[in-house]
Design a binder for this molecule. Sequence first.
Ligand SMILES: Cc1cc2nc3c(=O)[nH]c(=O)nc-3n(C[C@H](O)[C@H](O)[C@H](O)COP(=O)(O)O)c2cc1C
Length: 225
Amino acid sequence: MKILAIIASPRGMKGNTGRLLEEVLTGVREYGAEEEIISLSAMKVQPCVGCDVCHSTGICSIKDDYEAIKEKLLACDGFILASPNYIFSVTAQMKALFDRCNGLIHCMALEGKYAAMVETSGGGEDEEVISYMNRFANTLGATSVGGVGSPMIGVRLFPDEPVLFEKAHALGRDLCQSIADKREFPDQKLFHDAFRERMSGLVDFMQEYWVFERGYWQKKRNQKV
Ligand SMILES: Cc1cc2nc3c(=O)[nH]c(=O)nc-3n(C[C@H](O)[C@H](O)[C@H](O)COP(=O)(O)O)c2cc1C
C-alpha cells in the first residue's frame, strides 16, 4: 500500500504543518504502509495558464514538475494533502497544484483512492481549510477519511499536543484501513455520483475539442458495463 503526502508549506517539513504531518505518517507506518513525501516548496509547479491543452491531450503544456506529481498521484493508493492556513485557504503552492489538476478533475481520475488532510494555522479557521481540501479530493473522485488541523502556540508546538498527536496517528491508520476495507462514505458517494454526471456531461458537450477526456470517459463507461 502506497501513501503519497504532499506538503505545501514554504517551510517544507521543517514548519508546523510538517510537524503535524510527521505524526499522521507515524500512523501510516504503524499500519505498515509505504510513504513518500513531496514538498512543493522544493519543486516547480507554476500556475495554470488556462490553455485547455490538458483536456485535449491529457498532458499539461507547462514543462515543470507537475506531470511527475500527477503520475505519483495516479500510482498511489492514498494521499495526504498538508497545508498551512494562508488567509483562510491553502498556500499559493497548493492552489497552483489544485488548478493544474483541472484535467484530472474532469476525468475524476482518482476514483477509488482515499485521502486525508493536515492543516495548521496561527489562530483558527482550521475546519474551513480542511473542508476546502476535502472538497478538492472529492472532485478528483477520491474519498476523504477526514483531516486533522490545529492552531500552533510556538514553532512546532501545539495546544494539547498529546491529544492532537493521537488524533493524527489515528488519521494515518484510518487512511490505510479505509483503503484496505474499500470503506464507503454515503455522503461522499452522493457527491461523487452527482459530480460524475456533471463532469461526463461537460466532457460530452465539449467532445469535439476535449478529445483526450472524451476517450477517457468512453473507456470508463465501457469498464463499468
Ligand atoms: C502569508 C501568511 C498568511 C497566513 N494566514 C493565516 C490565516 O489567515 N489564519 C491563520 O489562522 N493563520 C494564518 N497564518 C499562520 C500560519 O497558518 C501558521 O503559522 C502555520 O502554522 C504555518 O505553517 P508552516 O510552519 O507549516 O508553514 C498565515 C501565515 C502566513 C505566513
